[in-house]
Design a binder for this molecule. Structure first.
Ligand code: SF4
Ligand code: MG
Length: 336
């Protein structure tokens, strides 16, 4: 399989009056051609900052990429010029956000917004690009695209706006689509439809996807691999089944327990993870989850857990996986 994106040891900080916030602290991962991965974690874990670094959308200053490489088709995006980045952004890597209203132009017809991106990156006439805009609206499941193409964002419902955003993002047939909480603002039914659409388009267009979410529940049918982030680090990563059926990190267990389970007979109480993540002005020297972890041992507070391979695809950073650690079984029911 061919890697389209490879992030190596990415470190991103923000300089503030109070000091340096280490938002991303050595993150490494890759995405293959046509593959969808998820980055999951609570707000402030560094998942959005990671995505924005790939797109070079971090305000610099106060933000800065301290270290690391972001290799897209072999080119390091941290090293190319702004102009080169601009031609990649939108055409080869596209991004969609939680609230389409912030990225859609309220005074511009939807069709023109799709056509604008097409004309910027591809040499299409006005007529050709409008025709392509109608095709895109049809592709993302918007009814009456011939009529809808002449409407404005406020004439679309929330779900339809998110579909239109996906249409704009995919119009140039990007290699990689980054979706940052694309369904968080939508109700559950519409959320499921949008996720289904993304899954369908990924298969049809062979687009690689990075889905960023705080909700482990939304990734199940959409991605092949999951990485869990906590306090600016990847604390566990693996195939979807590694994470859903055989998670090893207590934080991942906590995320699993906070996902509503439709398959259980009795409705179980959802248990949010108690406490809050560490201060990234002065991150702890040991395991960043230690202050919230009910399994924390003495070693956890003093030494950062190393990455341990569970199997070929599954990696975890937790001292419980050390051969000398006491045996602990996952409290999350298997088969979730
Ligand atoms: Fe908990 Fe220790 Fe594992 Fe960290 S390393 S998650 S504190 S058991
Ligand atoms: Mg975010």
């Amino acid at each position: 399989k061919k890697k389209v994106l490879e992030v190596k040891n990415l470190k991103v900080s923000f300089d503030t009056y109070a000091g340096e916030v280490q938002a991303v602290r050595g993150v490494s991962f890759y995405v293959n051609k046509g593959e969808a991965i998820a980055i999951v974690g609570e707000s402030g874990c560094g998942k959005s900052v990671t995505a924005q670094s790939i797109m070079r959308l971090i305000p610099m200053p106060p933000g800065r990429i301290k270290e690391g490489e972001i290799l897209f088709k072999g080119r390091d995006l941290t090293k190319i010029s702004n102009k080169q980045m601009e031609s990649i952004r939108g055409s080869e890597i596209a991004m969609i956000f939680q609230d389409p209203m912030t990225s859609l132009n309220p005074t511009m017809m939807i069709g023109n917004q799709i056509a604008e991106g097409l004309r910027k990156h591809q040499d299409l006439s006005k007529k050709e690009s409008l025709k392509r805009a109608i095709e895109m609206l049809r592709l993302v499941g918007i009814p009456n695209p011939e009529k809808r193409v002449y409407q404005y964002p406020h004439e679309f419902s929330g779900g339809m706006r998110q579909r239109a955003m996906i249409g704009i993002a995919l119009a140039c047939n990007p290699t990689l689509l980054i979706a940052d909480e694309p369904t968080t603002a939508l109700d559950v039914t519409i959320q499921a439809q949008i996720l289904e659409l993304m899954q369908d388009l990924q298969k049809r267009l062979n687009t690689s996807i990075i889905l960023i979410t705080h909700d482990l529940g939304v990734v199940a049918n959409v991605v092949q691999r999951v990485m869990v982030m906590y306090a600016g680090m990847v604390i566990e990563s693996g195939l979807l089944e590694d994470i859903f059926y055989d998670a090893k990190h207590p934080y991942t267990w906590g995320l699993m327990r906070s996902v509503p389970r439709l398959d259980l007979e009795k409705k179980e109480e959802l248990k949010p993870i108690e406490g809050s993540p560490p201060d990234l002005f002065a991150p702890p020297i040991g395991c960043p989850f230690a202050s919230r972890c009910e399994y924390a041992m003495k070693v956890c507070k003093n030494y950062m857990p190393e990455y341990t391979k569970v199997n070929e695809s599954h990696v975890v950073a937790c001292w419980l996986e050390h051969p000398l650690a006491p045996k602990v079984e996952s409290p999350v029911k298997k088969g979730g």
